[in-house]
Each structure stands twice: as structure tokens, then as C-alpha cells.
Design a protein around this ligand. Structure first.
Ligand code: SAM
Length: 195
């Protein structure tokens, strides 16, 4: 089996893990009432960019090999590193879902009896789920030996993050007031102690 096939299989397994981690929370979210939301065109754009970059473009590449002209040589060290980073991403992704629990939403929403979570990964950074998306994007870049499909994840993450994070923090400040302001003073956004 070629090194590029190993990288592609590792990416597919990572995405399957992503789906099974998220599915129960999506189901549960349907049963918890939304009390306010910030759904907007830019929010839809961000979600679409993340879906395109982290799932659709790489899946299309794995299935078809297109765009062939953007291929670069696959290296075993890169695939191993990519697999380790993707596993770390899934571990963080799972932890964030477990901690958010009934407070989780795919978009910007406040749920009935919404609680501000500050434990687990949320003690280190305010947006650890976005940290896991960033790690997924980096893992994807190492796993797929193609400039377009490999880097699409980081581009998709960047669009979602930039379009959303200020609005999300504003929404949380409106909901939790000084409690969220204190939380902001104590934590970074996505990279512990740095940003
Ligand atoms: C897709 S989740 C992402 C959560 C967070 N930004 C992260 O990256 O881990 C988005 C929803 O989580 C909720 N949320 C964000 N931070 C939260 C926190 N610290 N505690 C509880 N809910 C939070 C908000 O209601 C938001 O609509």
C-alpha cells in the first residue's frame, strides 16, 4: 500500500470518528429548547466554509484524486505526524462535547438553563472545540499530499473562526455578564497561554 493511501485511510477514519463523537449531541440538542440565537448569513457562510474545507474538498480528493496537479510527494513521517495530530484533535473534540453536554449547539445559540462551562479544556481556553478544528486542519495538511485538499481544512477553519468568534463572545457576554468577562480575563481563546 502506498504512503498516500495510508494517509487517506487515516483521514477517512478520523472523519468517521468525528461523526460518531458528534452524533449523540446533535440528537440531544433537538430536545433542549433554544432561548436565543445569533443565526445570520455570516454564520451560515462560516459553517459552510468549515464543512467544505474540513470534509467536502478532502473527501472529493480521496474519492477522485482531483486536483491531481496539486499533488506533492507523500512522506511517511508526515502521515505519522498527521495521524497523531488528528487523534489529538479527536480527543479534544470529544472532551469539549462531554463538558458542554446539553449546552452544545452547532451554531450560536443559548439553551434553556444554559450553564457557563469553565472546567476541563474550558479551564485552559474559551474555545477548545475550535482548537480541535485547528488541530484537524493541521492533521489534514500532513495526511493528504495535495496542496488544495491538504490546506482546505485550515482555510475552512480560519473562515469559520474569524466570522464567528467575536459574535460568540459578545453573545456569551450578554448572557453571562461579569461571569464571562472574568472568564475572558483568565483564559486565552484557542491556544493555551498564547492566543
Ligand atoms: C459549536 S459550540 C463551540 C463552543 C466553544 N466556542 C468552543 O470552541 O469550545 C457553540 C456554542 O457553545 C456555547 N458555548 C460556548 N462557550 C461556552 C461555555 N464556555 N459554556 C457553555 N456554553 C458555551 C454557545 O452557546 C455556542 O452557541
Amino acid at each position: 500500500m502506498s504512503v498516500s493511501s495510508i494517509g487517506e485511510i487515516a483521514w477517512v477514519l478520523g472523519i468517521v470518528a468525528w461523526y460518531f463523537i458528534r452524533r449523540p449531541y446533535e440528537r440531544r440538542a433537538k430536545r433542549v429548547r433554544v432561548v436565543s440565537h445569533r443565526r445570520s448569513t455570516s454564520e451560515k457562510l462560516g459553517l459552510a466554509a468549515a464543512l467544505l474545507g474540513l470534509a467536502i474538498i478532502p473527501a472529493f480528493y480521496v474519492a477522485t484524486g482531483i486536483p491531481e496537479g496539486a499533488d506533492h510527494p507523500a512522506r511517511l513521517w508526515a502521515v505519522v505526524l498527521g495521524a497523531v495530530i488528528f487523534c489529538l484533535a479527536m480527543w479534544v473534540f470529544r472532551r469539549t462535547h462531554k463538558e458542554l453536554g446539553r449546552n452544545w449547539s452547532i451554531t450560536l445559540e443559548i439553551r434553556d438553563k444554559h450553564e457557563l462551562i469553565r472546567r476541563g479544556p474550558y479551564a485552559l481556553v474559551r474555545h477548545p472545540m475550535y482548537t480541535s478544528f485547528l488541530l484537524m486542519g493541521v492533521g489534514q495538511a500532513f495526511l493528504l499530499p495535495n496542496w488544495v485538499a491538504g490546506l482546505a481544512g485550515l482555510a475552512g477553519f480560519a473562515v469559520l473562526f474569524l466570522l464567528r468568534v467575536d459574535k460568540e463572545e459578545r453573545m456569551m457576554m450578554e448572557m453571562f455578564g461579569s461571569e464571562y468577562r472574568d472568564y475572558m480575563a483568565d483564559t486565552k481563546r484557542i491556544i493555551p497561554y498564547i492566543y
